[in-house]
Design a protein around this ligand. Structure first.
Ligand SMILES: [Ca+2]
Ligand SMILES: [Ca+2]
Ligand SMILES: [Ca+2]
Ligand SMILES: [Ca+2]
Length: 1000
């Protein structure tokens, strides 16, 4: 982010030295003009040669002719000695484009001129809700309010009723009345939002009819009747009573709903096992037998008539006894389902396949879209439901959500539900994927699976604290005009993946119960103090654990008779599942209540802007600020995942600001130093929170802002990454706008933390379309400043023929001489999977090197520091050994990376693991997925003699766990790396310098 305008002339003088100056923080206003140099790109922009950046804007641009000739790369290197010293000294923000606006040239200390703020400037929104404390509860497993409904009115046979309290896969007896009886207990946790697992009438038992291979619909995900509460759980009237009782206490009630599938009722005439048949193999046909593509109709109100016998790859058949089992009755029409067989959870079948046999609805068909909207609108109207958690969102097409989201929301608002809130289950940790649903697909929020992974790594696995900083830095993927990351529900475990208590026990075998509880508390502290709406999975407050996910993580709070639960070791208590566990004195219950109360007292900790502040490179302190845009009182949260006390000097917004402790075991009072750093000591495995005694000083003037080159986001050609460099240290909110040729400026979204960026959804635009961007900064006095516009192009850039690392390293690489753009030994290799160019040098002698990226073998097109065309040389100090050069043609940035200490193990967990002979997929600790270190070139390699043809996804995992992992582009916790393999041999190579996994 820091670079220097190239070719600045240190000796030049501003012709108008009396023109007012604007200084950055810590710079005085009476400097000599000779201390300034002029930017080549902005002839009326002058930059001061000191540590703190000072900018002078001259009213008239100097003529550039003759003064700054277009220097070739050859003549621009080596950099002049004085320039090089300058490069070292200056820690300045990039200011490379055109002149600053008038608001940015106010003299320091002068009263700001009354100037109309730029109307584009916005506050970062807090849409949907950002103050909910969810309690996520499975009604069958919470409290048995009455035994009269235990068998659901279906009689004594468990294989018919589904009721068997000795089996974890059957109804255990809990119900809505039981929930209502225990509202005090739930509210005592600070809960203000109750999220019920699906509660509609289910197919009571599914399976092959044998006791061993059957289970019951106790979890609610096998719906037959979408209009009725399951009789095991109660009645519609009891639901109404429960909702009214919750509302009377100020608690909302959320329903867990499903639109992807119904119970498994449809069978296929041709097969029992039902392998997936692709649309390419067997396209859909109309009732008249004509081939059509359903995608052509998705999102419209049209759809061809279909015929069960003609239209599908499998012939759907409904057993006579179940012909009318589904309600509403339109659901009994088998042509309203995809009928292609079972999903393998990848590619097309992820949308069209049956989820473990469950009947997958034809969600491209408007009959299904409208039918589903009607079902759920009715529950809003008749019961006053406050919102929905939406199951299996990833398995339903985009066009469905683009209708369902806005239409159901506006209906709820018509019903007076002003805060109605919907969030989807998108089981994925890649923000590029999960954020699609809140941007392109117009939904309000998704469950934050990424947070779950990052929080577990931190609190349970002792991973490096910088992993959390990396994780939160990606939050900007969610920023758009009507939603952002602040409204995502966050969680630590759930009914599918397993409980946080289980993960902590598994990750810390042999640790004391006290340590396990401390780690559990640390995870909750991180969840309550960081952005999002925290979700408590019922039973976590009693230290529940369990052998794993799914049925093993669905224990009852009432006394259990399930053998697998009775031997669970609960954290923080000697209690077992043999007795009720509604203990409000349990340490975790008390901790969660305390966190909820504290954040209610200090709402900024829940809704304030969150700014990364500090992260240790190892286990240790991760710190962040929370600050309310209006209140302007900063909080510092510091969490420590190491087993010893840690101290850090944490950057804040303001120097000499007193802070008071509001949470944790630390000094009661502290004060930031002259560099605005707060010295904080955090005890092992715990959290500390400080609140500033005063408000942030008002900004004197809105700071200068410059856009970086907008570039296609790594791994997602439908998003353009737009980043603004803001020259200042106060609290700012940056609104981004875009327009295409002839169009009006449109708001993309507003970011309230550095780095200031958005990932603009350009999916409606053709590749090659030019989009213009601008950024407007709003400071805490309501003043604004705007960047000059800068253009980006939609889609992947056309890659050059070749890229060479041309520089003073070339002779060492075996080239004839240095600075040789045509040298073969300096050619980089294009890695199509990552869309990056890479050159791995196993052993480069120690020294100081300079280089640039030269394209197509000549200097005609070359990029230097900061990805600037004809820019300054990149300087690289090397202590000897392996180095990897990387060039990204989307940003034109070339960089050098060196490996740290070699890890003990590297593996490629992914969907290919079972093909490699692992027990399952996505197994970082699988023996067959391990790479070995090739000491010749310092790369880790795994050669697979014959990998079956297919589409695979994987990542690199370090030391057999997910705690440290790298995805697309070598990004920590990044997106999965996707490849299509034609079959045959393949070698996976992991480079510990760039963290890229490449295939050969
Ligand atoms: Ca019951
Ligand atoms: Ca589906
Ligand atoms: Ca949105
Ligand atoms: Ca940001």
């Amino acid at each position: 982010m820091h670079s220097i305008p190239e070719d600045a002339d240190a000796g030049a003088q501003c012709p108008f030295p009396e023109f007012p100056t604007r200084t950055a923080a810590n710079a005085s206003s009476n400097e000599h003009i000779a201390d300034f140099f002029m930017s080549r790109n902005s002839p009326n922009l002058w930059i001061k040669k000191t540590q703190a950046l000072t900018v002078v804007t001259c009213p008239t641009a100097l003529s550039l002719s003759g003064r700054f000739p277009h220097l070739s790369a050859r003549s621009s290197r080596p950099a002049l000695p004085h320039q090089r010293r300058l490069l070292g000294r200056l820690a300045a923000v990039v200011l490379t484009t055109a002149a600053l606006t008038v608001t940015a040239v106010l003299p320091a200390g002068a009263a700001p001129a009354a100037k109309k703020p730029d109307p584009a400037a916005q506050h970062s929104i807090r849409g949907g809700v950002s103050d909910q404390n969810f309690y996520f509860v499975m009604a069958d497993r919470f409290n048995n309010g009455t035994t009269t409904n235990d068998d659901g009115g279906l009689g004594a046979d468990p294989m018919v009723s589904g009721f068997d309290p000795t089996r974890k896969g059957f109804f255990n007896g809990g119900d809505l009345k039981g929930l209502q009886d225990r509202l005090d207990y739930i509210q005592g946790l600070g809960t203000n939002a109750l999220w019920l697992t699906p509660s509609f009438k289910n197919k009571a038992v599914q399976g092959d009819g044998t006791s061993a291979n059957s289970s019951a619909g106790y979890h609610g995900y096998w719906v037959t009747d979408f209009t009725q509460i399951d009789p095991h759980l109660g009645t519609n009237a009891e639901l109404k009573t429960l909702i009214d009782a919750a509302h009377a206490r100020g608690m909302k009630v959320y329903f867990d709903i499903i639109t992807n599938h119904t119970a498994d009722v449809i069978q296929y005439q041709e097969t029992q096992s039902a392998p997936y048949i692709s649309k390419e193999t067997e396209p859909y046909r109309t009732a008249a037998g004509e081939v059509f593509d359903d995608r052509d109709y998705a999102g419209t109100q049209d759809f061809p008539a279909l015929d069960p016998a003609m239209s599908f790859p499998y012939t759907p058949v409904v057993p006579a006894a179940e012909k009318d089992v589904k309600v509403p009755s339109w659901l009994n029409d088998p042509t309203l389902y995809h009928n292609r067989g079972n999903t393998n959870f990848a590619g097309e079948d992820s949308l069209y396949g049956d989820f473990f046999g469950l009947d997958d609805l034809f969600t491209e068909n408007p009959t299904v879209v409208n039918g589903m909207m009607d079902i759920y609108k009715t529950w809003i109207r008749d019961f006053g439901i406050d919102g929905f958690r939406i199951d299996t969102m990833k398995h339903v097409n985009d066009e469905f959500w683009q209708q369902f989201g806005p239409q159901v929301l506006s209906y709820a608002k018509e019903q007076g539900k002003d805060e109605f809130f919907m969030f989807g289950e998108v089981f994925d940790t890649s923000k590029s994927i999960t954020s699609t649903f809140t941007t392109r697909n117009k939904m309000q929020a998704v469950l934050d699976f990424g947070f779950q992974g990052a929080a577990r790594s931190f609190a349970s696995q002792g991973s490096k604290a910088s992993g959390l900083a990396d994780f939160f830095n990606g939050d900007d993927w969610y920023t758009d005009a009507d939603s952002n990351v602040y409204q995502l529900p966050t969680f630590l475990g759930n009914h599918d993946m397993g409980r946080i208590g289980t993960f902590i026990a598994q990750d810390n075998v042999g640790a004391s119960d006290a340590e396990l509880v401390e780690r559990d508390e640390l995870a909750h502290e991180l969840m309550y103090f960081s952005r999002g709406n925290p979700v408590i999975y019922y039973g976590d407050e009693q230290g529940f654990t369990g052998a794993g996910g799914d049925q093993d993580s669905r224990q009852t709070l009432f006394a259990s008779k399930v053998q697998e639960y009775l031997d669970d070791d609960l954290l923080g208590t000697n209690a077992t599942h043999a007795t009720d566990n509604f203990d409000t004195g349990h340490p975790l219950y008390r901790k969660i209540s305390e966190l909820a109360a504290l954040t209610a007292e200090h709402p900024t900790l829940r809704t304030g802007a969150q700014q990364n502040r500090y992260a240790a490179d190892d286990a240790g302190i991760y710190a962040f600020s929370r600050i309310d845009a209006k209140d302007q009182r900063e909080y510092i949260v510091a969490v420590n995942n190491s087993e010893t006390a840690q101290t850090a000097a944490i950057p804040t917004y303001e120097a000499k600001q007193p802070f008071n402790l509001v949470y944790g075991d630390a000094e009661a009072h502290a004060k930031t130093d002259a560099q605005a750093k707060l010295n904080v000591t955090v005890p092992p495995l715990s959290a500390v929170v400080y609140e500033a005694a005063g408000r942030l000083a008002k900004s004197k003037a809105a700071p200068a802002v410059v856009l970086k080159k907008p570039a296609t986001a790594a791994g997602d050609a439908s998003r353009v990454k737009v980043t603004a460099d803001v020259d200042g240290t106060s609290f700012y909110e940056v609104t981004f706008q875009s327009r295409t040729a002839g169009g009006e400026w449109q708001a993309i979204g507003t970011d309230d933390n550095a780095p200031y960026q958005v990932f603009h959804d350009v999916s409606p635009l053709e590749a090659g379309t030019s989009v213009e961007y601008r950024a407007v900064v709003l400071d805490n006095r309501g003043q604004t400043s705007a960047s000059e516009p800068r253009s980006g192009v939609v889609g992947e850039p056309t890659q050059p023929e070749t890229v060479t690392v041309a520089g003073s390293i070339n002779a060492e690489l075996g080239c004839v001489e240095d600075w040789q753009p045509s040298c073969e030994q300096a050619l980089m290799t294009y890695e199509p999977t990552h869309r990056l160019w890479q050159l791995n040098v196993p052993n480069l002698p120690a020294g100081s090197y300079e280089f640039k990226a030269a394209l197509n073998g000549t200097w005609d097109e070359n990029y230097g520091a900061g990805g600037e065309l004809d820019g300054a040389n990149v300087v690289f100090q090397h202590s000897g050994g392996a180095v990897t050069f990387l060039y990204d043609h989307a940003t034109n940035v070339i960089s050098a990376a060196v490996p740290g200490q070699q890890p003990a193990a590297v593996s490629v967990p992914g969907s290919l693991n079972s093909e490699l002979g692992c027990a399952g997929d996505w197994m970082p600790d699988c023996a067959q997925a391990q790479l070995t270190l090739d000491t010749v070139d310092g790369l880790w390699k795994l050669s697979v003699p014959n990998l079956a043809a297919g589409s695979y996804e994987f990542k690199a995992a370090i030391n057999n766990s997910w705690a440290e992992n790298y995805g697309l582009g070598g990004v920590p916790n990044g997106s999965n790396i996707a490849v299509k393999h034609d079959g045959g041999p393949v070698t996976f190579r992991y480079d510990p310098a760039s963290h890229l996994v490449t295939l050969r």
